[in-house]
Design a protein around this ligand. Structure first.
Ligand SMILES: [Fe+2]
Ligand SMILES: [Fe+2]
Length: 329
């Protein structure tokens, strides 16, 4: 399969704000905008999330039906700023704060981080997939996960030039692997796309955004928020560390579940690849990125924990939602 896929078009609006913003992005009609056309509140969390998701997408691959210049359109940026301030406030309100541990920074931080991840309580989607999910349920999950996996690692890539030498080298080592180590056919997003096609799903970015629940959009928005603001580089790297540190074992379970269901080898390969890769990535993220960041600037530690909490908290909430739906079915 060719790795070049169709460029996405804007998703479906989910309320007044997204309707207006998408219209403005498509046809930059100045007169409509000067009258506060975009200054409406979102109708719902869903309306806010899809609007912000689409505005962020302008900084990745963009949309076929939106001019590339829209990324830096001041009216759209003003909407983005409002929505991301709300999102950040909501995420910070959920965060219980830095966990107490003995010592500060360095090895003490590293051990405390791994312990905290291990002790984090949350329902497990991968265990359900491993033991009892149906093929339909796994395909549902893959559609939701595709919103991120088809742009895997891209949010963290924005952070590279914002780090000091040691952490920058650590992040590049991790990213080099995520992006295939120089081999386009090994790029993780591409492996996932190949898996999608092999299980009969669409491999193009944004293909399933319209069916993504609010929480999936918010997961993606949190990563973009952290990645695009230098101020939030700690949160971005804490999120990355928590993501990698909760990936290896769940990926093994996902692969086992798909094997149990006789699903396509290409998708199983994506997960198998991550069993070993992420066991390395979690070490890099914690010891070679987060710890050196704290050594240079201890003030960044709080946001590292904030980003890490956000990652696990959002995933736990999504898992809870999906498991409830699946068990009810
Ligand atoms: Fe990956
Ligand atoms: Fe990884």
């Amino acid at each position: 399969m060719s790795m070049t896929t169709a460029r996405a078009r804007l998703p479906k609006p989910r309320g007044t704000l997204s309707e207006r913003v998408f219209q403005a992005a498509r046809e930059p009609a100045q007169e409509a905008r000067s009258t506060g056309y975009l200054d409406v509140e979102p109708d719902s969390a869903d309306d806010a999330a899809i609007t912000l998701w689409a505005l962020y997408e302008l900084s990745y691959r963009g949309f076929e039906d939106v001019d590339d210049a829209a990324e830096w359109d001041l009216d759209l940026l003003r909407v983005r700023r409002r929505l991301e301030a709300d999102l950040e406030a909501q995420l910070r309100a959920r965060w219980p704060g830095v966990p107490a541990y003995d010592g500060d920074g360095g090895a003490a931080f590293e051990e405390a981080f791994f312990r905290w991840v291990e002790e984090f309580e949350g329902p497990s989607l991968s265990r359900f997939v491993q033991r009892q999910a149906t093929t339909e349920q796994v395909l549902d999950l893959l559609r939701l996960k595709s919103v991120y996996h088809l742009k895997e690692s891209d949010p963290a890539a924005f952070v590279v030039p914002r780090l000091e030498v040691e952490a920058r080298a650590g992040l590049m080592e991790l990213q080099y692997d995520e992006y295939g180590g120089g081999r386009p056919d090994r790029l993780h997003a591409g492996l996932f796309a190949r898996g999608m096609a092999a299980v009969g799903l669409r491999p193009d970015e944004g293909a399933y955004v319209d069916e993504a629940p609010t929480l999936v959009l918010e997961q993606n928005n949190a990563m973009s928020l952290f990645g695009l603001h230098r101020r939030l580089r700690g949160a971005a790297m804490g999120h990355l560390a928590a993501f990698e540190a909760t990936s290896s074992l769940p990926c093994r379970r996902m692969a086992q579940g798909m094997e149990r269901l006789g699903m396509a080898a290409e998708m199983i390969d994506y997960y198998t690849e991550h069993v070993e890769a992420d066991a390395v990535h979690e070490q890099l993220a914690v010891r070679n990125i987060c710890a050196p960041m704290i050594a240079v600037d201890p003030a960044v530690e709080a946001d590292i924990w904030f980003g890490a909490f956000t990652c696990l908290d959002q995933e736990a909430r999504l898992a809870g939602q999906l498991l409830e739906q699946w068990e009810a079915a």
